[in-house]
Design a protein around this ligand. Structure first.
Ligand SMILES: O=c1ccn([C@H]2C[C@H](O)[C@@H](COP(=O)(O)OP(=O)(O)OP(=O)(O)O)O2)c(=O)[nH]1
Length: 159
């Protein structure tokens, strides 16, 4: 069973009222990176390739720092600390307005016990402007059985 947005909000911080949705909580973008060097996925272990953080520019009417992203592939880091509770699994979906603007967020499984500020693959199929701190994704939580809890290399990342 998927939990309510109110329940999800108890495991995401900070959470403003406008982030709480009926079935989940919206996540904001805190940083955007462009990969510069190849990573490596080995039989045992992995390495994340070097990346460069993009500057957000202060050029919109409201003066909000904004990323102008040309078509391409980026890694976005979310602004919220997420803690997946025991007995649950998390999934992140793109905010539909992102998708309607020809952009997509590709995501993986969020394990029970994980805590951190995670990342998603931002695919920009048409140039787009995204303000720093804007909502780009939504986290949902489903009840799930598991034997152990997450204890991998990303535990506690970006906290
Ligand atoms: O889109 C996603 C999906 C997951 N995570 C976080 C939560 C998850 O619990 C953790 C590890 O994900 P996964 O287990 O898929 O990573 P891995 O590549 O297998 O690394 P490890 O061996 O450290 O588990 O990363 C993200 O930041 N973004």
């Amino acid at each position: 069973m998927y939990r309510s947005g109110q329940f999800v909000a108890e495991h995401v911080s900070p959470t403003a009222d406008d982030q709480v949705q009926p079935n989940g909580v919206d996540l904001t973008v805190e940083a955007v990176f462009e990969q510069r060097e190849p990573g490596r996925i080995r039989r045992e272990g992995k390495e994340i390739g070097d990346r460069q953080e993009l500057e957000s520019e202060q050029y919109t009417d409201e003066g909000t720092p904004t990323y102008y992203l040309e078509a391409g592939t980026y890694v976005a880091r979310y602004g919220e600390r997420i803690a997946i509770p025991s007995g649950h699994v998390g999934f992140v979906y793109p905010r539909s307005s992102l998708m309607r603007n020809s952009c997509m967020l590709n995501t993986a499984v969020w394990d029970a016990g994980y805590e951190g500020r995670g990342e998603g693959l931002l695919q920009v199929h048409h140039d787009v402007e995204i303000a720093e701190g804007a909502r780009i994704a939504q986290l949902v939580l489903a009840e799930a059985e598991h034997v152990e809890e997450y204890d991998g290399s990303y535990q506690g990342e970006n906290l």
